[in-house]
Design a protein around this ligand. Structure first.
Ligand SMILES: O=C(O)CCC(=O)N[C@@H](C(=O)O)c1ccccc1
Length: 368
């Protein structure tokens, strides 16, 4: 399967409501989509990089540039690009895992569509539907938070994740626990907003029976996360700290976490995401599938990953309407707290041409 060219497409996706985290507030996603074209057809990938380098060092303009100048040209030398060969071709370039993930996902999608294989079958899915959690941003007030959580619980989400930061943590968590009871699966995500000095304060979250506390400390603090984990009853989960299976191995061996949030975009694609899954499963570490506000294209691939056997905790695989009034694919709609795993070839979904045309802000064709 020789790649004949790659299209970089930017789409503007307004969010249904502002989404506030400890590092900023999103109101619209400027998404970079990658389309790989071959004589047999095409494949799609979605870059999860945000507009600004606030979640990680990557940002969408930078991802587009590194794809244009380095990553796409590296595929030209390949006799025929399968995903594994393409991953090896991109390995010499340091970092830029979100840009790599978008291109490798598009190559994998093209390869799987050509062979009639779904992402789920290729990755080794064990389920045909996955339980869905929802991520709730930092709100202006506790009453507003409780209203938002009530709406998601009514929609059927099986797990609630609350964004926290210093000054917005114990009180909102207490309020949610008191309002919705002990049976609600509840976890928090700090996005690296605390330091080890906050350990006594973070230990106050132990009384709420949380599933986990996600990324409490900065992403390069594995040793300090291990020190914190020894002082909390609540399990520590890592997100930003884990950019590869090697990072996962180091975090596990240091005791820096007991759960990992796997985001294919953060770790360089679905092949590496599966390696992390396999490593964690072999070490008794639970994983769940995180989200980066993906459109239906990225969401479809994430659902296939979330169906693997080691994904034992509900992920941030919410329905399309959690973020977008109109998705670029047919919307993913929650059914009894679950989403069905796509079964068609490749991603199993396609962009809706009219919607894609409507939200596209630019396209760039890169011959290979
Ligand atoms: O459901 C989703 O897709 C978003 C889940 C979520 O909270 N993502 C967070 C995160 O830190 O994991 C995030 C939001 C915006 C940007 C980056 C990351």
């Amino acid at each position: 399967m020789k790649i004949t060219g790659v299209e970089l497409r930017r789409v503007a996706m307004p969010l249904v409501a502002p989404f506030r985290t400890s590092f900023g507030t999103e109101t619209e996603r400027d998404v970079l989509l990658v389309r790989v074209v071959t004589p047999e057809g095409e494949g799609w990938g979605e870059c999860v990089a945000m507009s600004d380098p606030l979640y990680s060092s990557e940002y969408v303009d930078g991802a587009a540039e590194v794809l244009r100048r380095f990553l796409v040209p590296a595929l030209a030398a390949l006799p025929g690009a399968g995903a594994h060969a393409a991953e090896r071709a991109l390995a010499p370039f340091k970092g830029h895992r979100m840009a790599k993930a978008a291109l490798l996902t598009a190559v994998l999608d093209a390869e799987l569509r050509a062979t009639g294989t779904s992402f789920a079958d290729f990755l080794g899915a064990a389920r045909d539907r996955v339980p869905c959690g929802v991520s709730v941003g930092i709100m202006d007030s506790v009453p507003r938070l409780l209203d938002a959580v009530a709406g998601y619980v009514d929609e059927g989400y099986v797990r609630v994740k609350l964004k926290i930061e210093p000054g917005w943590d114990v009180e909102p968590v207490r309020a949610v626990r008191e309002r919705f009871g002990d049976d609600l699966l509840l976890q928090v995500d700090a996005n690296a907003a605390y330091t080890l000095a906050d350990a006594p304060h973070l230990a106050r979250l132990d009384e709420f029976g949380l599933l986990l506390v996600e990324q409490p400390l900065p992403e390069d603090d594995l040793v300090q996360h291990a020190a914190l984990a020894r002082r909390l009853r609540t399990p520590v989960c890592l997100d930003e700290s884990i950019e590869s299976a090697r990072d996962a191995a180091a975090a596990i061996s240091l005791g820096a976490c007991s759960i990992i949030n796997v985001k294919p975009g953060r770790v360089g694609g679905y092949l590496e995401a599966r390696r992390i899954h396999d490593l964690c499963r072999a070490n008794g570490v639970a994983v769940w599938c995180g989200g980066m506000l993906e459109t239906g294209l990225g969401r479809a691939a994430n659902l296939a990953l979330a169906a693997l056997p080691g994904f034992t905790l509900p992920g941030d695989t919410s329905g399309s309407r959690r973020y977008y009034a109109t998705d670029v694919t047919e919307p993913f709609v929650l059914d009894d707290g679950h989403l069905a795993v796509p079964t068609g070839p490749g991603l199993g979904v396609d962009p809706l041409p009219d919607v894609l045309a409507e939200v596209t802000t630019s396209t760039r064709w890169l011959p290979v």
